[in-house]
Design a protein around this ligand. Sequence first.
Ligand SMILES: [Zn+2]
Length: 169
Amino acid sequence: MRCPFCSHEDSQVKDSRPSEDGAAIRRRRQCEGCGARFTTFERVQLRDLTVVKKTGEREPFDRAKLERSIAIACRKRDIAPERIERLVSSIQRQLETRGDEVQAVQIGEAVMDGLNAIDHVAYIRFASVYKDFTEPGDFADIAGKVGEQPAAEGSERKAEKPADEGKLL
Ligand SMILES: [Zn+2]
């Protein structure tokens, strides 16, 4: 645990005991660098997300599955795996803050927002599968949203040449 005062990497645990409500372990630590004392809390994080599909069917949230579907959309797009990993983590965090149950639709929208900020081709690929395009109008709708809603993820790719999208359209 990094010292909050001097950023030294190592600290010694001086004392460890459950918090009053038993929901966390409280540890008194002393920095091995500057000797400062501070307290950390270790908490149980037990949020088993359940995904509610459009049909009303429920299934446990599967991070690996989410990662796979994003990876497929990003195939051959020169996007670092760490980038995808970060996107998946940020989506998972978003979902976890909303409660124990998430709508499948919310996951899809979160992925689309994320991909739209990273790579427009991946975004359109994902959207076409996710939205299950049946009419040309659906496609135009999504294509029109390319580049909208810049998210926290990678604005550095914004200037990417639009030639790629031309091919797809
Ligand atoms: Zn320190």
